[in-house]
Design a protein around this ligand. Structure first.
Ligand code: ATP
Length: 435
C-alpha cells in the first residue's frame, strides 16, 4: 500500500490508508489509545479501541514513546470530538524506530528548553511545528527571490569559499591552512560577482555561505551566515540598484503569503505592506536624529541605537518600515565604491534598514582602472597585491553595482524572531562550533 500524507486524509474517508510519521503525543487509557501522528504535511489523531482494534497492535501501543517513528494502517472517519474533524481508526500498528526516553529537549509547544540546548538537539527541535515553519518560510523566501532574479535576467553563480583574494580588511577573515599555505574563508563574494558581470553575464547572483571573524555577541550577528549577493552591469548609478531591491522586496512580500500561508499562520506572522521605500542621505538621517540627542561626527556611521531611532522616525514620517540610507562617507566605506562626482567625500552607496536594523548594503562599484587603483592607494592598499581584481577593469568593464543581504537576517526580521539563531538551522558564533 502507498503511503498517504496526513494532509490528504480527508480525501480518503472510510477507506483503508497507510500513514507514517513521528508520535507527537499519546494517551493510553485501558480501553482506548490515542496517538497523535505527525508527518511533514501536518498532524492527526489516530485511535485504537479494545475489542475493535486487533489485539496485537492494540497491545503494542503500550510500548510507544514520544517521537518514535511508527506506521499505521487505518481508516479515516469523521469525528465530532477530534479537533481535526476526522480521526484515523487503527487497524494495524508497526513501530519502525523507537525513541529513547527521556527526550533530551522538550520539543512540544510548551517550549520549556532554552535555545542553546535546542540547537544542540536541532534535529528534534525542528520537529516542532513552529520551529519547522520558520525554515519552511525561509525556504520559500529563497524560492521567491531566486525566481525573481531569474525573471530579471540574472545568472546564478557559485564562487569559491576558500580564497587568497582579500578585498576588505583581512582582520575579519578566518585563516585556513591550505597545504601549508595561507588561505581565507570568503568574507564576501564581492570580487567574483564583479568578475562575472564583467565576464559578460551582466547580471549575477549568489546565495551562499559568508564567513566573518568578528567576535560579536549580538542577536543579529553570526560568524557564518547565508549571503544573498547580486551585482548588475550597465546601470546609471546606485539608484538603479535600489530600484531593483525595492521591486524584489515588493515581489517577496506579495508572494510569500500564498507560498507559506500555513506556516505564517502557525507563526502568527504579519508581513509589512510596502510600496515605495524612502531614500535619505546619512547626513539627512543625522540631522533628523540630532534633536533627539544623537549626534555624530561627519565621517561616522550611525550606531545600532541611531538606526533603531531612525527606523521609528521613518515609520512616523513616511509610514514605511523600510528606509534606504544613502551617500555614506568615503572614509568609512570600502575603496572599490564609486565616489560621488559632486561630493567626493561620499560614495554612491546605501544601506537598507528594516524596522531600524540593517538588512542589506550596496553601492555602485568603481569600474575605471586608474580611479580604482588611486582609490586603493588612498586607503593604504597596494593595487599590485590585488592584481587579479584590478585586471578586471583593464579590458572592458561596464558601470555596475550591487548589494548583499543576509538571508538569516531577512528571515529573522520578517518573522520578528527574538534572535537570528532562530532563523539558522545550525548557527556558528564565537562560542558555537557544533553540531
Ligand atoms: P552590520 O553593520 O550589521 O554588522 P555589515 O555592515 O558588516 O553589517 P555587510 O558587510 O554590508 O554588513 O553585509 C551585508 C549584509 O549581510 C548585512 O546587511 C546583513 O544583512 C548581513 N550580515 C552582515 N554581517 C552579518 C553577520 N555577522 N551575521 C549575519 N548577517 C550579517
Amino acid at each position: 500500500m502507498e503511503r498517504t500524507l496526513i494532509r490528504d486524509l480527508k480525501q480518503h474517508l472510510n477507506q483503508e490508508v497507510k500513514i507514517q510519521g513521528w508520535v507527537q503525543e499519546f494517551r493510553n487509557v485501558s480501553k482506548i489509545k490515542f496517538i497523535i501522528l505527525r508527518d511533514r504535511s501536518g498532524d492527526m489523531q489516530t485511535v485504537a479501541f479494545k475489542g475493535e482494534t486487533p489485539e496485537e497492535p492494540f497491545n503494542l501501543a503500550n510500548e510507544i514513546t514520544r517521537e518514535s517513528v511508527v506506521e499505521i494502517i487505518g481508516v479515516p472517519v469523521e469525528s465530532k470530538e477530534s479537533r481535526w474533524g476526522i480521526e484515523v481508526k487503527v487497524k494495524d500498528l508497526k513501530i519502525i524506530s523507537k525513541a529513547q526516553t527521556p527526550l533530551p529537549i522538550d520539543n512540544s509547544d510548551k517550549g520549556l528548553t532554552g535555545i542553546e540546548k535546542r540547537i544542540d538537539n536541532r534535529f528534534l527541535d525542528t520537529r516542532n511545528a513552529k520551529v519547522g515553519s520558520i525554515f519552511k518560510v525561509r525556504s520559500k523566501i529563497v524560492k521567491i527571490i531566486t525566481n525573481f532574479f531569474d525573471d530579471q535576467g540574472f545568472t546564478n553563480i557559485n564562487s569559491p569559499k576558500m580564497t587568497a583574494l582579500g578585498v576588505e580588511s583581512g582582520a575579519d577573515c578566518f585563516r585556513v591552512d591550505y597545504f601549508g599555505k595561507p588561505m581565507f574563508l570568503a568574507q564576501s563574494p564581492q570580487v567574483y560577482k564583479q568578475m562575472f558581470v564583467i565576464g559578460g553575464f551582466e547580471r549575477v547572483y549568489e546565495i551562499g555561505a559568508v564567513f566573518r571573524a568578528e567576535k560579536s555577541h549580538t542577536t543579529r550577528h553570526l560568524t557564518e551566515f547565508t549571503g544573498v549577493d547580486f551585482e548588475m552591469g550597465f546601470i546609471n548609478n546606485h539608484h538603479d540598484v535600489m530600484d531593483f531591491i525595492e521591486a524584489m522586496f515588493n515581489d517577496l512580500i506579495a508572494k510569500l503569503p500564498a507560498e507559506a500561508q500555513k506556516e505564517l499562520t502557525t507563526l502568527g506572522a504579519t508581513l509589512p505592506s510596502m510600496v515605495k521605500i524612502p531614500r535619505i542621505s546619512v547626513q539627512a538621517a543625522k540631522d533628523l536624529l540630532k534633536p533627539l540627542g544623537k549626534s555624530y561626527p561627519d565621517e561616522d556611521d550611525l550606531d545600532a541605537e541611531g538606526e533603531r531611532m531612525l527606523g521609528e522616525l521613518i515609520k512616523e514620517k513616511y509610514n514605511s518600515e523600510f528606509v534606504f540610507i544613502t551617500e555614506f562617507p568615503w572614509a568609512i566605506k570600502p575603496f572599490y565604491q564609486t565616489k560621488d562626482e559632486k561630493n567626493p567625500k561620499v560614495t554612491k552607496s546605501f544601506d537598507l534598514l528594516y524596522n531600524g536594523v540593517e538588512i542589506c548594503s550596496g553601492s555602485q562599484r568603481e569600474h575605471r582602472y586608474e580611479v580604482w587603483a588611486a582609490q586603493a592607494t588612498e586607503k593604504g592598499l597596494d593595487p599590485e597585491l590585488m592584481k587579479e581584481y584590478g585586471d578586471l577593469f583593464k579590458y572592458g568593464a561596464p558601470l555596475h553595482g550591487g548589494a548583499g543581504f543576509g538571508l538569516d537576517r531577512i528571515t529573522h526580521r520578517l518573522l520578528k524572531l527574538d534572535n537570528i539563531r532562530e532563523a539558522v538551522l545550525l548557527p556558528r558564533d564565537p562560542e558555537r562550533m557544533k553540531p
